[in-house]
Ligand binder design. Structure first.
Ligand SMILES: C[S@@+](CC[C@H](N)C(=O)[O-])C[C@H]1O[C@@H](n2cnc3c(N)ncnc32)[C@H](O)[C@@H]1O
Length: 241
């Protein structure tokens, strides 16, 4: 089976985020649940925060403790434009895989990332870079159980990370607690499901199908729900200051 071209897929994704910034903000039901769960797991009250793939500010909006500074990085200018602004908020329209940029930002109490790191070209390297600039992490990363039935039906392999492998990578750099959550989102019909995939910003699979294959998938999809798999990781970096 042909492995999908990850780079092609991910650059499509970035374009998609720019074009769909407004609709993404309104339709990201699962991402909202994810960010809520991720933020509720943070009890240490970190004051200097870096948010990777900050989007329109879902993480920032859920911080309910006092902070000193918040730095958000996002590639998509239209997502950054939706983010809350403020004296203590620094927004960088940039690639979070830019190691030089991350190092130049200094140290953080916590690096948070919700629903974004699965798009990294080199996630192991990115985790290593994150470990060198923060004391703590709180990460939620979509895994390859997302849209599982679609991938099984079409024979396309998911480009999302496998949760077991991801946990092993995390354990190389962090004393980490990992929990994988499965979500189901129910729809009235198949057309609405595929419309949701397009708007949600977690698409990928359906983009690589031709028109006939897409039609067949929409017609034959057996469930009234879509599946999502998310790994939540919280912990401390093993690398000291
Ligand atoms: C699914 S959205 C999540 C946004 C926000 N964290 C939330 O929970 O609603 C993923 C975000 O990651 C950004 N992103 C993806 N790859 C990126 C990269 N390499 N560098 C910076 N931002 C990136 C996208 O532009 C998008 O805004």
């Amino acid at each position: 089976m042909k492995k999908p071209d990850l780079r092609e897929n991910r650059s499509l994704h970035t374009l998609e985020f720019s074009r769909r910034a407004e609709s993404y903000h309104a339709h990201n039901i699962i991402q909202k649940k994810v960010v809520q769960k991720l933020l509720s797991s943070i009890t240490s009250g970190p004051r200097k925060i870096l948010d990777l793939g900050c989007g329109g500010g879902a993480v920032y909006e859920r911080i309910d403790w006092e902070i000193e500074s918040f730095t958000g990085i996002d590639k998509a200018d239209q997502m950054c434009a939706l983010h809350p602004q403020g004296e203590h908020i620094r927004l960088l329209q940039a690639d979070f895989e830019d190691a030089g940029l991350l190092k130049s930002l200094g140290r953080f109490d916590m690096v948070i990332s919700s629903s974004a790191l699965q798009w990294a070209h080199d996630l192991p390297k990115l985790l290593e870079n994150i470990a060198s600039i923060t004391d703590e992490i709180a990460l939620a990363i979509f895994c390859d159980g997302t849209f599982r039935t679609i991938y099984e039906m079409t024979g396309i392999s998911s480009f999302l990370p496998e949760s077991g492998m991801l946990q092993k990578e995390l354990e190389k750099h962090f004393d980490v607690t990992c929990k994988t959550e499965h979500y189901r989102l129910t729809f009235e019909d198949n057309i609405s499901k595929f419309r949701y995939i397009k708007r949600s910003g977690v698409s990928g699979g359906t983009r690589r199908l031709n028109v006939e294959e897409t039609r067949r998938l929409i017609r034959d999809y057996p469930h009234d729900y879509l599946e999502f798999e998310v790994l939540f990781a919280t912990g401390r970096s093993r690398r000291g200051c």
